[in-house]
Design a protein around this ligand. Structure first.
Ligand code: ADP
Length: 262
């Protein structure tokens, strides 16, 4: 499967759910856009799509709307545009893989600098098939500072290693909290992302602070980077996006990063 006109196809993954993978994928996409990149975001979570809620788009009339749809200047696709979120999709694995392959190959994504794929959480069969099928140029693993999520995140790194997809790096989400006094508070034990990155010999791309407005924005259909561009979280995402641009270019120039060592 080839994706003509897409320069970097990047999967955002996590070892388990709830670490903020979808939130990171959406805000990273928007931050890349703010840096002047052309960007798409594809929701590969067929059973539990997050992009519709986060981007404030419900079901779409397929007969009148061309896919991918566009909002906040980025191209979007999700199963949630096609199926009522209250009607759970109960497909088996192969059909899910087919749907994702169709999203990738049958839609007119290009020309794009970045197409970000929000992978379903976990490292099971479905995720493995997806990472094998899509012509990924790189992967990003999202983790939180706690050890328990690190155990799962390691599995994420191993999965990409297995399918020979270069890992661009690790993002630590919910990393710290910035109080009204402007000080940085480390609520959870700090350094999980750094530890994982070191173990896998990949870069730590960024650390995103905790902010209740992230969840508020996720529910109101406009991610924080767009709604509160002056917030510390938005600043962290812009910094992260620049690192992702640089690392993607660097890895393309070197035709692949060194293998993850785990
Ligand atoms: P995942 O995709 O890993 O399952 P989500 O992106 O759905 O996780 O995020 C889980 C919850 O955590 C959501 O309610 C989201 O708004 C919230 N969240 C994510 N990142 C942050 C953050 N940095 N600060 C505060 N809340 C966050």
């Amino acid at each position: 499967m080839a994706l003509p006109g897409v320069k970097y196809l990047i999967a955002v993954a996590s070892g388990k759910g709830g670490v903020g993978k979808s939130t990171v994928a959406a805000n990273l996409a928007l931050a890349l856009k703010m840096l002047g990149q052309s960007v798409g975001l594809m929701d590969a979570d067929i059973y539990g799509p997050s992009v519709p809620t986060m981007m404030g788009i419900g079901m779409v009339d397929q007969s009148t709307t061309p896919f991918p749809v566009e909002k906040y200047g980025i191209k979007l696709m999700s199963m949630g545009f096609l199926v009522d979120p209250n009607q759970a999709v109960i497909w088996r694995g192969p059909k899910v893989a087919q749907a994702v392959a169709a999203f990738l190959s049958q839609l007119n994504w290009g020309p794009l600098d970045f197409l970000i794929i929000d992978l379903p959480p976990g490292t099971g069969d479905a995720q493995l098939t997806l990472t094998q099928q899509a012509p990924l140029t790189g992967a990003i693993v999202v983790t939180t500072p706690q050890d328990i999520s690190l155990i799962d995140a390691r599995k994420g790194l191993r999965m990409f290693n297995e399918v020979k997809v270069p890992v661009i790096g690790v993002i630590e989400n919910m990393s710290y909290f910035i109080g009204d006094d402007g000080k940085r508070y480390e609520i959870f034990r700090h350094g999980g992302g750094q530890k994982l990155a070191r173990e896998g010999a990949v870069p730590l791309l960024g650390e995103i602070p905790i902010d209740p407005r992230v969840a508020e924005c996720g529910d109101c259909g406009e991610p924080i980077v767009s709604k509160y561009p002056d917030s510390p979280v938005a600043a962290a995402y812009l910094k992260l996006a620049q690192v992702v641009v640089d690392e993607s270019k660097r890895s393309a120039e070197h035709a692949g990063l060194p293998e993850v060592q785990l």
